[in-house]
Unconditional design. Structure first.
Lengths: 241, 69
C-alpha cells in the first residue's frame, strides 16, 4: 500500500539529483563574493528548507491524527519528523563546513539563523525520548501528536529569524529588489530544492513501507501464535535482533 | 540556515576541499541511513522466512494427524 509508486519516485529523485548536481557544477556561475565555496548553498539551503517543511508536515499529520484518532496519521507524523531530523543533521553538518570555509569558525553563536535552527533541531531531538517514554500505544501516539503540533507551530519562527536577521547578506532567492539570485543561480537552486523535496518524499515513503512491512509481520506472528491457528499451541520463534 | 557574510573568496584549491566535504558528508549520511534500512529489511526477510517455515511445519503436522486419525 505504502510502496505504491516508490519505484517511479526513486527514479525521479535520482534524475532530479543528477540534474541538480550537473547544474551546480557545470551551469551555475561562481559567486562574486564567495567564489567556489558558495556551491554549498545549493545543498545546504534546500536541505534546511525541506527539513523545516517536513517538521511542519509532521505537525499537520499530527492534527489529522488528533482529529480522527487514526494511527495511520500518527505513523505519517512520526516518519515526517524522523526524516526531517535526519535532514537536520545534514543541515548542521553542511552548514558548519560552509561556516568554517567562509568565516573560519565551525559555529558562530551570535548568528540568529544558526542558533534558531539548532533550537528547532534540539526541540525535535527530544521527540524520540518523549515518545518512547510512554508505554501505552494510544497515549504515546496522542502525546506525540500534541508535541508535533506544538513544535510544528514553532518552526515558522525559524523562517522569520532568517528573514529578520540583521547581519543578513544571504541572497534573497525570490526577492525582486536588490540581492535576488541571478537567473542561472535561481534555476539551479530551484532544481536542487525540487531534488531535495523528492528525496525527502521518497525516503518518507520508503520508511513508511518498511514500517508497514514490520507491522504486518508482527500481525502474522500474533496470528500464528494464537491458539487454534492451525499451528498448534507452539509459539513462533522470536528472531533476535 | 547558515548565512556566510561577505568575505574574500577562498582560492579554488582550498574552497574545493570544503565543497567536497559538504557533499561527501551528505552522501555518507544518506548511505548510513540506507545501510540501516537495509539491515532492518534483512531482519524482516529472515523473520518472514522463519514464519513461513513455521507455518509449513504446522500444516504438515496437521496432515500427519489427520492421516493417523
Amino acid at each position: 500500500m505504502y510502496g505504491k509508486g516508490l519505484r517511479t519516485l526513486s527514479i525521479a529523485t535520482v534524475g532530479a539529483i543528477a540534474l541538480g548536481l550537473s547544474l551546480v557544477f557545470f551551469y551555475a556561475p561562481l559567486d562574486a563574493d564567495q567564489g567556489f565555496v558558495q556551491k554549498i548553498f545549493y545543498l545546504h539551503v534546500p536541505l534546511s528548507i525541506v527539513a523545516l517543511l517536513g517538521f511542519i508536515a509532521g505537525g499537520g499529520f499530527a492534527v489529522a491524527h488528533l482529529r480522527s484518532d487514526n494511527s495511520r496519521w500518527d505513523a505519517y507524523s512520526y516518519v515526517c519528523i524522523h526524516m526531517s531530523v535526519i535532514f537536520g543533521v545534514a543541515v548542521l553538518a553542511t552548514g558548519s563546513i560552509w561556516a568554517r570555509a567562509s568565516w573560519g569558525h565551525w559555529w558562530v553563536w551570535d548568528e540568529p539563523t544558526l542558533v534558531s535552527f539548532l533550537i528547532v533541531f534540539l526541540l525535535y531531538a527530544t521527540y524520540y525520548p518523549f515518545r518512547y517514554a510512554i508505554e501505552d500505544r494510544d497515549r504515546q501516539a496522542r502525546y506525540a501528536s500534541v508535541f508535533a503540533v506544538t513544535a510544528g507551530a514553532f518552526v515558522p519562527l525559524n523562517f522569520l529569524a532568517v528573514r529578520l536577521a540583521e547581519s543578513l547578506v544571504h541572497p534573497r532567492v525570490f526577492a525582486t529588489a536588490n540581492g535576488g539570485l541571478p537567473g542561472p543561480m535561481r534555476l539551479t537552486f530551484l532544481i536542487c530544492l525540487v531534488a531535495m523535496a523528492l528525496l525527502w518524499v521518497t525516503l518518507v515513503k520508503f520508511e513508511l513501507t518498511a514500517k508497514n512491512a514490520r507491522g504486518q509481520l508482527s500481525r502474522l506472528r500474533r496470528a500464528l501464535d494464537a491458539p487454534g491457528s492451525g499451528t498448534g499451541s507452539r509459539v513462533a520463534p522470536e528472531v533476535s535482533s | 540556515m547558515f548565512l556566510p557574510i561577505g568575505v574574500p573568496a577562498l582560492p579554488l584549491d582550498e574552497a574545493g576541499k570544503y565543497v567536497a566535504a559538504a557533499y561527501v558528508v551528505f552522501l555518507v549520511l544518506l548511505l548510513v541511513y540506507l545501510a540501516i534500512m537495509a539491515a532492518r529489511l534483512q531482519r524482516v526477510e529472515r523473520e518472514l522466512r522463519e514464519l513461513a517455515s513455521f507455518a509449513e511445519q504446522g500444516s504438515r503436522q496437521e496432515e500427519r494427524e489427520e492421516v493417523s486419525a
